[in-house]
Design a protein around this ligand. Sequence first.
Ligand SMILES: [Mn+2]
Length: 508
Amino acid sequence: MKASRLPIRHLKKCLEPQPRPSYSQSRSIATSLVPRKTCQIQSRRPLKQCSAANRAYSTTVPASQLLFGQPVHETHPHVLKPGELTPGITAQEYHERRAALCALLPENSSVILRSADLTYRSGAVFHAFRQESNFLYLTGFSEPESLAVLRKTGDAPDDYVFHLFCRPKDHQAEQWHGPWSGVDAARDVWNADEVGDIGRAVPLLTEALKGVESIYTDAERTRNGAETSFGGMLKLAAPHISSFNALKSHINSLRAIKSPAEIANMRHAGQQSGRAITAAMRRTWESEKELAAFLEYTYHMSGLDGQAYIPVVAGGSRGTLIHYTLNNAGLKSDEMVLVDAGGEYGTYITDITRTWPVSGKFSPPQRDLYTAVLKAQRSSVSLCRASANLTLDQLHNITERSLRQELTHLGFNLSGDAMNVLFPHHVGHYVGLDVHDVPGYPRNVPLKEGHCITIEPGVYVPDDDRFPRHFRGMAVRIEDSIAVGDDNPLILTTEAVKEVEDIEALRS
Ligand SMILES: [Mn+2]
C-alpha cells in the first residue's frame, strides 16, 4: 500500500518554526516526536492544508509536556512505541484499515461513526469510558463526543478523506473533567485530514457530505419512533441523502481476520492472563471474592489494561449457572472452582476459563468429568486450522459428539434432551476487540488464518435423578482463545495449565 501522497521534504518544510510565535501542541508532535512512518501518513494531507496549518501553529511545545485524553507515545513511552496510536497498533495500520473499508464501498459514499457516550452509574458517578469498537478500530481515538467521517473520493487505496470532529481544548473544563486531546491533536496525532469542533457538527458535516449519495453508519437515527440527536443532525446537514446502509457487515468482514499486530496483542493478553490463572491455581482460596481480587490485581500488575469482562468465579454447583458473577461465596475444599476471567491488552481481549479442585487434588469423579471435557476440548482445538476447512458451527457439532461419547463412557444416560441440559451453549465465538467479537458475523464461515475464536466446551450436571449421583452439582468448562493458523492453531492462552497432572503438580 502506498502510504504517502506528499514527499517527506514537503512535510518538513511546512513544519519549520515560523516567525509568529503562538501556543501550539501540534507542531512539536509532528516534528520532533512522530516517527517517520507516522509522518508518511500525515503527509497524505494536501500541501495547501499544511500551509494553512502552518500559519496558525508556529511555535513548538514539547508534546511530552502536554496532556492528552489518552496515552500517546510522547507522554507514555512505557505504554506506546513510536508510531503507535494504541499499544501495538501503528498509525499506519489505522490508515490501512480505513483505506480497506473505503475500498469495499461504492463511489460517492461516506462512513459516519459516532463515538460511545459516557454512561452513568448513578447521579454524577460515571462508568469507565470505553470507545465504540468500530470507532476505535478505524481511528484509535478514545474520546466521547466525537464523530468520524470517511469520505470515499476515488478508487485508489489512499482515496478517502478522514474527518474527525471532537472537543476542542478547554483548560477550564479540563480542570474539572480531566484532559482531552483537542482538535489540533486530532489532526497531528490521529492523522485526520479535516478536523473541527464537535459543537459545530452540523456545518462541518454539511461540508464533509457534499456530493455524497449514500451513507454507511450504525449510529441510530431514530429510537422508539423518535429522532435521535444524530438523526436530527444528519437531516440538517445532508437533507439530500436518502440512501442509508448498515456499516456493520462491512467492518465485520475486516475485523474478523486479525492482523499480526492484533494477534500479538491478543497473545500478550492471553499469556499474562494464563500466567495469572496458573498462579491462582497454586494457592488455596477460602472465597470466590479473594480469588477474583487476586486475578484482577495480577492483570493490572502484569501490565494488562485490566479485566476484559466481569469474571465468573464459581465454587461447586454455582458453576452450573453459566453467567454467575456474584463471586461472593465461600469455597469448600471438596469442590471445584470454575473461573472464567480474561485480561485485556491494548483494548484486545482474551477469553479463558479453567476449572480446578479447590484443594489442588481431583477426587475420582471430579477427575473423570474433567478429563472427559478436556479430551473433547483438546481435539476441537487441534482442528482450529484453515486446512481443516471447518466452521465454528461444525466445530460445535464435532465437540458435542466427542462429549457425548465421553459422557456415555462415564455412565450418563443421554436420551431425550440430556445433551442440551448438560452442554447448553455453543462451543465458541469470535474474540478480538470485544469478547463476543464482530457481533452478527456468521458462525458458518470456514475458519481461515487470522480468525480468532474460543473453544469452550462445558458440562454442567444439575441435581437431577437421571444423571449419576456422584457427578450431580458439578460443573466443568475449559476455554482457550485461539488464533486460527494455516495448518496449526496458535493457542493464545496456553500459559494457563489444564492437564490433570500439571494442575495437581502445582501444589506438590
Ligand atoms: Mn467465551
